[in-house]
Design a protein around this ligand. Structure first.
Ligand SMILES: Nc1ncnc2c1ncn2[C@@H]1O[C@H](COP(=O)(O)OP(=O)(O)OP(=O)(O)O)[C@@H](O)[C@H]1O
Ligand SMILES: [Mg+2]
Length: 329
């Protein structure tokens, strides 16, 4: 549907970019920094995103995700560093850059007074697109967002998940090459999240570059080819979900609950089981490649947890390892 011929022609944009410059990447950020007075919200982050990638910013509240997204979207000025979108500086080429972008902000900002389909038409008019293009496009996007039967409903009658899908539909009105999604599924129930994930997969299949923020580890694992883990405005780690888990965690995790009074003290008695023991207020985590074997060792030491669970490592474990804190407070 959308093509970037100069990018599609290159087989390996990541490797070739070193010789041929930043144009091979749809987004480059070097030492990108944003301060509000004394407070540094984004503290010198650097990353590059090749065309067609689903790239994530994973981090807790206040990490600087939205601030970064707003700078990419050209609605917030950076304090220092450099940033290019399709080879252009968004501060110098705002309208040109915005023509390539679709933006899904953290808070839906739909026009609640207007009907669903009219939201798409009015938004399209901001881009100066003609009605002859917008009308069939709006119908196509309503179909894509599974909102065709809501076309004539008022926005304030939609559920949260439907509003989110409408915001995504709206962001696609100009057939953007890059879609910015700031916490696309926060606050939605599991079914609504899965519908949205499916729609985002389809866009990725069509070659749209997805830049998304999330503090849901499962969302990052499902959607992102590659991600940066951010905390307090800095990049803590970068890689594919699988490579980050390999690098920073064990294959499995044994989760034990001994009861709130005992969790804090039992850690010392578990030392030496698995590769690492992490004590949280509500549970103790034992990082081990074989979780069942670790559980046998726990029993052999005469320790009796109230509950035990063996699971695969996740990005949550990566975040805990890197920062000593849990992703979701
Ligand atoms: N306009 C502003 N003025 C002052 N401080 C701001 C402003 N916008 C953001 N901040 C601060 O910058 C930091 C990063 O905020 P940001 O919204 O980018 O975080 P986030 O990672 O998107 O968090 P969340 O997951 O809660 O959305 C926070 O400490 C926030 O209070
Ligand atoms: Mg945010």
């Amino acid at each position: 549907m959308f093509r970037v011929p100069e990018l599609a022609a290159k087989e390996s944009p990541v490797e070739s970019a070193a010789e041929s410059g930043p144009a091979q990447y749809v987004i480059t950020a070097e030492n990108l920094t944003k301060s509000y007075g004394d407070m540094t919200a984004v503290d010198g982050i650097s990353f590059r995103v090749p065309a067609g990638e689903a790239f994530g910013l994973l981090g807790p509240n206040g990490a600087g995700k939205s601030t970064t997204m707003r700078m990419i979207g050209g609605v917030s000025q950076r304090t220092s560093g450099s940033l290019t979108i399709m080879g252009l500086d968004p501060e110098q080429h705002g309208p040109e850059v915005r023509a390539h972008l679709g933006v899904v902000p953290q808070q839906d900002n739909l026009d609640e007074e207007l009907k669903v389909r009219d939201n798409l038409l009015v938004y399209g008019r901001y881009f100066g697109l003609p009605m002859s293009y917008l009308k069939p496009k709006a119908d196509e996007l309503l179909e894509f967002a599974q909102l065709t039967d809501k076309a004539k409903a008022k926005v304030d009658a939609l559920s949260g998940g439907m509003k989110r899908r409408l915001t995504i539909a709206r962001s696609l009105i100009n057939e953007p090459k890059i879609l910015l999604l700031d916490e696309p599924t926060t606050g939605l129930d599991p079914q609504a999240r899965h519908i949205l994930w499916d729609r985002l997969f389809r866009l990725k299949e069509q070659g749209v570059t997805l830049i998304l923020t999330t503090h849901y580890m499962d969302e990052a694992e499902q959607l992102c080819d590659r991600l940066i883990v951010v905390d307090k405005g800095r990049i803590m780690a970068e890689g594919s979900p699988a490579s980050l888990i390999r690098e920073y965690s064990t294959r499995e995790v044994l989760e034990l609950r001994f009861g709130s009074a005992r969790n804090a003290t039992v850690g010392a008695e578990l030392e030496g089981i698995g590769e690492r023991v992490e004590t949280l207020p509500d549970r103790v985590l034992i990082y081990a490649n074989d979780g069942e074997a670790a559980l046998e060792e726990v029993s052999a030491r005469g320790l009796r947890p109230v509950t035990s669970l063996v699971r695969r490592s996740s990005l949550e474990d990566v975040f805990l390892r890197l920062t000593g804190r849990s992703l979701v407070d």
